[in-house]
Ligand binder design. Structure first.
Ligand code: G1P
Length: 292
């Protein structure tokens, strides 16, 4: 019988050099899109998909993430005494259930494959979700990971979310070739990490959402260096795809790379416009600025 996907890994060890000086003292995952930290948006997506346990792969100076998901007794007490019950209920709803989060450290920045491998003992022998927190997947629908879990529940195996990118950007991502381009869920026939310009098998990029079998850890353990001299997750996925099925789940919503300045600013506008209480005023402000 297929094991269900209960656990998610979030690699949050990156230094955030693209966002200095903002990220000198603040983890990049704690920068806010509207009023929620980026990492909270990603946890929201995973909880909506039914994830019960979160494994954060952290690094130095990331303690704030741990505090964010913990109880804040003084704050809650103050809110209660001041009658700010709506804010209090919001904080409580965002807190992860007791025992529902684990933190482990990636001690050196050796690449995404290495970060995922750091979670192996906590994950054990279960399939797990992997969410790259920089990448926000925005949709009015049921959420990217929820769609993937649905696909996993019918097909089993391993899954990556994919979406098209302009041809001149394929060299920046993991790229997959699929059997049936028109299908929502299709078997993957080819995978390559950051193909040199002009060599990509398609324009479908890996968007940063995965469901992987624990057999990936045995391959990651070999820690061979790939593109950019880093231990690449995609390289181990290519090897795993020789013995296990791999599927691409097409994501049709909007994706924002909040690790880039334009992606971050656009995400703030998009998520702001998606909030009923902010949309009207924000739209007029954007229009006013555009008229200058
Ligand atoms: C990583 C993955 C790549 C994926 C990308 C999505 O690359 O290795 O396959 O397409 O995330 O953001 P990175 O952005 O860490 O270079």
């Amino acid at each position: 019988m297929k094991k269900s996907v209960r656990m998610a890994v979030l690699p949050v060890a990156g230094l955030g050099t693209r966002f200095l000086p903002a990220t000198k003292a603040i983890p990049k995952e704690m920068l806010t899109v509207v009023d929620r930290p980026v990492v909270q948006h990603v946890v929201d997506e995973a909880r909506a998909a039914g994830i019960e346990h979160f494994v954060f792969v952290t690094g130095r100076n990331k303690g704030m993430i741990e505090d964010h998901f913990d109880n804040s007794y003084e704050l809650e007490d103050t809110l209660e005494r001041r009658g700010k019950l709506k804010e209090l209920a919001g904080l409580k709803a965002d807190m992860l259930p007791t025992g529902g989060a684990s933190f482990t450290r990636q001690q050196a920045p050796l690449g995404l494959g290495h970060a995922v491998w750091c979670a192996r003992d906590i994950i054990g022998n279960e399939p797990f979700a992997l969410l790259l927190p920089d990448m926000l997947h925005h949709t009015a629908g049921k959420g990217c990971l929820a769609e993937m879990i649905e696909a996993y529940n019918s097909h089993g195996g391993n899954h990556v979310a994919v979406a098209p990118v302009p041809d001149d950007q394929t060299h920046q991502y993991g790229i997959v070739g699929v059997k049936d381009r028109a299908a929502k869920v299709s078997q993957i026939i080819e995978m390559v990490e950051k193909p040199p310009k002009g060599t990509a098998p398609s324009n479908l990029h890996i968007t940063g959402r995965y469901i992987l079998q624990p057999s990936i850890f045995r391959l990651l353990a070999e820690q061979e260096k790939g593109a950019g001299g880093e231990v690449q997750l995609t390289d181990s996925m290519i090897r795993l795809s020789q013995s296990e099925p791999f599927f691409a789940v097409r994501f049709d919503g909007d994706i924002y790379d909040t690790g880039s300045k334009i992606g971050f600013l656009t995400a703030n506008m998009a998520y702001g416009l998606g909030r009923a209480e902010l949309a009207g005023e924000l739209k007029s402000e954007i229009e006013r600025l555009l008229k200058r």
